[in-house]
Design a protein around this ligand. Structure first.
Ligand SMILES: Nc1nc2c(ncn2[C@@H]2O[C@H](COP(=O)(O)OP(=O)(O)OP(=O)(O)O)[C@@H](O)[C@H]2O)c(=O)[nH]1
Ligand SMILES: [Mg+2]
Length: 416
C-alpha cells in the first residue's frame, strides 16, 4: 500500500451489535490502516437493520462518503467487513474511489510482514483464495482506468486462463503447507515428552518480547500490529531437570479473516497443540480486559478453550495505578504481572511453567535389566533420557517421563 493513502473507514451497526462494539471494531481497523501506512481522515458508521446487498451501506450514505472524500482529499475507502466482489465493484463505481475491505487490508499488512518462508506461503495462499472470486473486479478496474483501445476487458478466455493459473498456484501452495504441517507434527512428536507452552494474545501485547526474555530465540519485536506471523519454538530448561518447549505465535485480533484462519492453520496448530497457554495481555492499554476477552473469543474459535491457561499481564512498567493491578489480580486469580521488556516478574513466569510441568512429568532414576531391550527403547521414545550408564546387569538411567509412565516404572520395580 502506498504511503500517501488517505483513508475513510466505513462500518455498519446492525441491531444485534452494539454501536460501541462497532466503534471499537473501527478503532482496530484504524490501527490496522495505520500499520499498513495509510492516514485515516474520517470514519462513518451507519445504523442499519441489514446490510445493503448492492453497496453494503445505503445509497444516501455512499453519497455522504463521496462528499467527505472530496473534502478530505481521501483516495481509499476501507470497509470493516468483507465485501462481496459485486459490492466492491458497485461502491467503486458509485464513488470512483479505490475500495478495500478488512481482509484485503490485513492481507496487505501480512504480505509486507511475512518474514519466514512458511509465513510467505500462508499469505500468498490467503491472497489467491481471496482474489479468485474477485478477478472480474480486477479486470473491470483496469478497464475503467484505461479507456480506449484494448480496454474492453480480457474477455472470458483470458479470465478463465487467469483463474486456471491461480487455481494451480493454490494447489501448489496447499501442498507445500501440508508438508509443513506434516514436518511440524513430526517435530512435535519428537518433543512429545516435553510440555508445550504457547504464548498467545492480542497483537502487540508483548508475546515475542516475553519469548526473547525466556529463551534465546531472538524473535523480531515491534510496536506494530502483526510483527509475528509464524510460530517459533524453543526449548527452555527448568529447575530440577525439567524442560518445556515455548512457542511464540501470531497475534490475534477481533475479526481475524476467515481466509487467514484457514491459511494460517500450520501456525495456529501450534496453539491448538499446546498443553499450557500463557495469555499475554497489554495491561497498559485502557480497557485492557476487552483485549483479553477478544483474544479469548478467537482462541475459542480455534478450539482451545479447554487448554489450561495462565493470564500474564505485561507492561506493568507503564502502569502507575497499583490499585488497578490489585483489582485485576483479584478478578483473575492466578494471573501474573510482569514487564517482559524490563525483565520484571520473569521468574514468576518460569515458576508457573515449572509448576505446571511438575504436575505432568517426573524426573526419575531407573535401573532396567539389560535384557529388557523393549522397555529401554520405550523409555527413549516416551521420555527424555538425561543420563545413562550401562553396567553389567542394568542400564541405569535418569529419565524425564510423563507422570503415569513414571508410576508404571515404579510399579514394575525399576525405580532406584
Ligand atoms: N513498556 C513496555 N513495552 C513492552 C513490554 N513488552 C513489550 N513491549 C513493547 O511492545 C511492543 C510489542 O511487543 P511484541 O513483543 O512485538 O508484541 P507481540 O505480542 O509479539 O506482537 P505481534 O507479534 O505483533 O502480535 C514492542 O514495541 C515492545 O518493545 C513491556 O514489558 N513494557
Ligand atoms: Mg510477536
Amino acid at each position: 500500500m502506498p504511503k500517501d493513502e488517505r483513508a475513510i473507514l466505513v462500518g455498519v451497526s446492525l441491531p444485534a451489535t452494539h454501536i460501541e462494539e462497532e466503534q471499537e471494531s473501527l478503532d482496530e481497523l484504524a490501527q490496522l490502516a495505520r500499520t499498513a501506512g495509510a492516514t485515516v481522515v474520517d470514519r462513518f458508521v451507519q445504523n442499519r437493520t441489514r446490510i445493503d446487498g448492492k453497496t453494503y451501506v445505503g445509497s444516501g450514505m455512499i453519497e455522504r462518503i463521496k462528499n467527505a472524500a472530496a473534502v478530505q482529499d481521501a483516495n481509499l475507502l476501507i470497509f470493516d467487513d468483507d465485501l462481496r466482489p459485486a459490492q466492491g465493484r458497485e461502491i467503486e463505481k458509485a464513488t470512483e474511489i479505490k475500495t478495500i475491505d478488512r481482509t484485503e487490508l490485513i492481507l496487505d499488512i501480512f504480505a509486507a510482514r511475512a518474514q519466514t518462508k512458511v509465513a510467505r506461503i500462508q499469505v500468498e495462499l490467503a491472497q489467491f483464495e481471496y482474489e479468485l472470486p474477485r478477478l472480474r473486479r480486477l479486470w473491470d478496474h483496469l478497464e475503467r482506468l484505461g479507456g480506449g483501445i484494448g480496454t474492453r476487458g480480457p474477455g472470458e478466455t483470458q479470465l478463465e486462463a487467469d483463474r486456471r493459473l491461480i487455481r494451480t498456484r493454490i494447489r501448489i501452495l496447499k501442498k507445500a503447507l501440508k508438508q509443513v504441517e506434516i514436518d511440524r507434527a513430526e517435530q512435535r512428536k519428537r518433543r512429545q515428552a516435553m510440555t508445550r507452552v504457547a504464548l498467545v494474545g492480542y497483537t502487540n501485547a508483548g508475546k515475542s518480547t516475553l519469548m526473547n526474555a525466556l529463551t534465546d530465540a531472538d524473535v523480531l519485536t515491534e510496536d506494530l500490529l502483526f510483527a509475528t506471523l509464524d510460530a517459533t519454538s524453543r526449548k527452555v530448561d527448568l529447575p530440577g531437570g525439567h524442560a518445556a518447549v515455548v512457542t511464540d505465535t501470531v497475534g490475534l485480533i477481533k475479526k481475524l479473516p476467515h481466509h487467514l484462519v484457514v491459511s494460517f492453520h500450520a501456525t495456529l496448530e501450534e496453539v491448538a497443540d499446546a498443553d499450557l497457554l500463557l495469555h499475554v495481555v497489554d495491561v497498559s492499554r485502557p480497557n485492557c480486559e476487552r483485549y483479553l476477552d477478544l483474544a479469548t473469543e478467537v482462541l475459542e474459535e480455534i478450539g482451545v478453550k479447554d487448554t489450561p491457561t495462565r493470564i500474564v499481564f505485561n507492561k506493568i512498567d507503564r502502569v502507575t495505578h497499583q490499585k488497578e493491578l490489585d483489582r485485576l489480580s483479584a478478578v483473575y486469580p492466578g494471573s501474573l504481572f510482569i514487564s517482559a521488556a524490563k525483565g520484571q516478574g520473569l521468574e514468576d513466569v518460569t515458576r508457573a511453567i515449572c509448576a505446571f510441568v511438575e504436575n505432568r512429568e517426573e524426573v526419575i532414576d531407573l535401573a532396567i535389566p539389560v535384557s529388557d531391550g523393549k522397555t529401554i527403547a520405550a523409555l527413549h521414545e516416551r521420555g527424555e533420557v538425561l543420563s545413562r550408564e550401562d553396567t553389567e546387569e542394568h542400564v541405569k538411567m535418569c529419565v524425564r517421563l510423563p507422570k503415569a509412565d513414571a508410576e508404571q516404572m515404579r510399579k514394575l520395580g525399576f525405580a532406584e
